[in-house]
Design a protein. Structure first.
Length: 185
């Protein structure tokens, strides 16, 4: 459910674009992201940093898109968000005692430090690549194709990366199987 909630502004952007064009879609994603952050604050009493950064980028780049009537600004938003994620993951190698991916997933998984580092570098490379791919699609294809990529392509690439990460992690996770009390004699 959280994944759907996180992607809801993008889905609404997609729908608005298909019915009313890029400028209406830009206003919709601005309002939807603002509502999403407001909802999180109302429900949890706080908002994590990355949704706030995303909101700031959506509002600034969306406002520039609407003010200048230039869709280039909104097309840069996914790239900047992904590159900020990459920067946060990279900075965590030098700030604090654990990579960000280990801080996020360390309660659920026990892995050796070199595996955490490899996983972190993989996420950094993924975020940088996704940002570059977004720019490629934005500048090499029409806006309709870019909007489709923004929803389906980026979501698909992210899911494929997470599945690949799962296969990679499966090789390194040791299962804690408790003794079966019924099998003891």
């Amino acid at each position: 459910m959280k994944l759907f909630f996180d992607f809801l502004p993008v889905v609404l952007f997609f729908i608005a674009f298909k019915f009313a064009g890029i400028y209406v879609a830009t206003a919709v994603i601005m309002l939807a992201t603002l509502a999403q952050v407001g909802w999180s604050w109302w429900r949890e009493g706080k908002v994590e940093k990355m949704p706030l950064v995303t909101l700031a980028l959506v509002l600034v780049l969306g406002a520039a898109t609407l003010w200048f009537q230039d869709e280039t600004f909104v097309k840069w938003k996914p790239t900047l968000v992904n590159w900020l994620f990459a920067l946060a993951f990279l900075a965590s190698h030098y700030l604090g005692d654990k990579p960000l991916v280990q801080r996020l997933m360390g309660r659920e998984l026990t892995l050796p430090d070199p595996i955490w580092l490899r996983l972190s570098w993989a996420w950094i490379a993924f975020f940088v690549s996704l940002g570059v791919t977004n720019l490629f699609v934005a500048y090499q294809f029409d806006t309709d194709t870019w909007v489709d990529f923004k929803l389906f392509g980026m979501l698909g690439l992210t899911l494929a990366f997470v599945i690949a990460q799962g296969f990679y992690l499966a090789r390194h996770v040791k299962a804690d199987i408790p003794d079966n009390p019924l099998s003891k004699e």
